[in-house]
Every structure is written in C-alpha cells, then in structure tokens.
Design a protein around this ligand. Sequence first.
Ligand code: ATP
Ligand code: MG
Length: 180
Amino acid sequence: MHLKKLEMHGFKSFADKTEIEFKDGITGIVGPNGSGKSNIADAVRWVLGEQSVKNLRGNKMEDVIFSGTEKRRAVGYAEVTIVFDNKDLKIPIEYSEVAVTRRMFRSGESEYYINKNSCRLKDIRELFMDTGVGKEGYSIIGQGRVDEILSTKPEDRRNIFEEASGIVKFKMRKEESEKK
Ligand code: ATP
Ligand code: MG
C-alpha cells in the first residue's frame, strides 16, 4: 500500500484544484515560509477524519475552507481526496486503488466517500484501523511528536505499539461487545 495522490480543492490556501502525485521512493515538499507545505499535511489529516481544530492549526473548522485573499473571493466548500495504491490489499477492501474524499461546506457538515460511494466517518476509521494510516496512526509525525512519544506515559506509548502491531481492531471489538 502506498500514497499515490492527494487532490485539494478549496482547502486552506489551495483555492484552485491542486493535485500532488507521489511516486515510489521519498518525496520532499519544499517552498518558502507560508507557501502551504504544512497545509498539505493538514489536508492528509483532515481527509482521514481529523475532528480537532487545534490539530489542523485553526480556530474553527471553517478555517479549512479557502477564506479568500485581496484578489480572490472565498469559496463555499473544501474538498480533499487521498488515493492509495492497494494492490497488496493492506487496506481491507477489494479494490486495487482506494480513494477517500471529504467535503465540507460552511454550514459545517462533512461528507465522506470511499471510491465515490458515500459513507460515514466511522467506515473510514474502521477501514484504516491497524493499517498505520488512520488519524491515530503513526503515519504522520508532527513537530514535537517525537519528544511527546519519548516522554509520554507508558500506557499512551503502549497505544502506539498496539496500533503498529495491528491489534487495535480486536481491542475495539472486545470493548464494544463488553458494552452490550
Ligand atoms: P512554514 O515554512 O513557515 O512552516 P508553510 O509552507 O508550512 O510555512 P503553511 O502553514 O502551510 O505554510 O501555510 C500558511 C498559509 O496558508 C498562510 O499564508 C495562510 O494565510 C494560508 N491559509 C491558511 N488557511 C487558509 C484559508 N482558510 N484560506 C486562505 N489561506 C489560508
Ligand atoms: Mg509549516
């Protein structure tokens, strides 16, 4: 499984539809201060269901929608699509390519899609659970996160190892069955 493409439209500073393709190997994103590098990482978090405004470096969720500049009017919605190659079926779904889309209007409602089929955020969470990609996965290491991992409480650190070893799914199912 690997990240193939990221498409942003109306997300933060990306007013126009912007596509970034990731080839095999390592991709670096460079640019001057304020040019939108971190916004790209925010787009990845957001499309995978990030609900914390703070983690998206904003004050309110609406801040992810392009808010206009002197020369350009604000837009009405933000949309991000992330595409994974899934030939190895690491994402447990029978598609060789998996595209996840999130769209949000100024009213605050978010819509989610897996390969263009409307779905719930819960479906996306479950799909990526234990793949290492999800919102709580270790695929995005933000600034300061390395120190946090080292200094964190043992039980929090354990969660990271549990996600990496692929047992979160079973733990969640156990918790759910105990609730019933
Ligand atoms: P640095 O090198 O300083 O870390 P960066 O390349 O990571 O910079 P970002 O933080 O990704 O930069 O981008 C910040 C820019 O995005 C700012 O110019 C900010 O005005 C713009 N921006 C953020 N949210 C929006 C929005 N909703 N609408 C329009 N522009 C936005
Ligand atoms: Mg930055």
